[in-house]
Write a protein of this length. Structure first.
Length: 247
């Protein structure tokens, strides 16, 4: 079995083609605790992918990460799904920034952006365009394109399963490559002058100090953050603002 699987993987990289049979996800809806079972939004969809697909993705991910590391492509503010970096490190970075503001007699304002259903709403052609911009090697780009396009899903409830349907947007939930692909998708989020930006997967805080008598907490996001970074129709963003005063 191991020899046959090795041959399949070698051919995948030889022809830069991802097998169609591995591109169908089986979605099992799980009811959230204490929720009304008659409302679809009360179910958490669990995406089950082919085991062979996930094993193969490890090899693709190694090659992708190698290119990203050698060319220092991922922005330094991205701490999600990166080697030797965790959300704890990001939190320490934020605390240090806020503490520094306190010592200077400044309040610290924070804006938190949380993309709803982030992986499900990724614009595939936009992602492929960004992979081209980041100069992903042609053979790897072709393989990733094959991996992303023409994916399907079917819904399973009990012993019944629906007809497979084409996914019009989104990257695979549970896929080994998906977190890195999403990081690349949002890698060009603009930075604001004198503000600390931190990203971890689908959540992005922007934190900036201000004079206590300056801008009110309800001051809108800087124009460069909202106007110069258009959000495709496939995405939905939750926006939260707060001010940390230290009182």
């Amino acid at each position: 079995m191991i020899f046959e699987f090795t041959e399949i993987i070698n051919n995948i990289f030889k022809f830069n083609y991802f097998p169609k049979a591995w591109k169908t996800a089986v979605v099992v809806p799980i009811l959230k605790p204490g929720k009304d079972p008659t409302q679809p939004e009360n179910y958490r969809p669990i995406s089950l992918l082919s085991t062979l697909s996930k094993l193969t993705e490890n090899f693709i991910l190694d090659k992708l990460n190698e290119h990203l590391a050698e060319n220092k492509i991922l922005c330094p503010e991205q701490f999600g799904f990166r080697k030797s970096l965790t959300t704890t490190h990001q939190l320490l970075r934020v605390v240090e920034y806020i503490t520094s503001g306190f010592e200077k007699g400044e309040c610290t304002g924070a804006v938190f952006l949380d993309v709803q259903k982030a992986f499900d709403r990724v614009w595939i052609q936009g992602l492929i365009h960004k992979l081209i911009i980041y100069k992903i090697p042609p053979h790897l780009l072709q393989l990733l394109k094959s991996y992303l396009e023409e994916r399907k899903f079917a819904v399973k409830i009990g012993n019944s399963i629906s007809e497979a349907k084409i996914m019009r947007a989104g990257i695979p939930q549970g896929g080994k490559i998906s977190p890195v692909l999403y990081s690349l998708y949002v890698n060009d989020i603009p930075k604001t002058h004198k503000a600390l930006l931190g990203t971890s997967s689908c959540s992005t805080p922007a934190i900036a100090p201000r004079d206590p008598n300056g801008l009110p907490p309800t001051h809108p996001l800087p124009p460069t953050t909202t106007a110069d970074y258009p959000i495709p129709r496939t995405e939905s963003v939750q926006h939260h603002q707060c001010t940390i005063t230290g009182d």
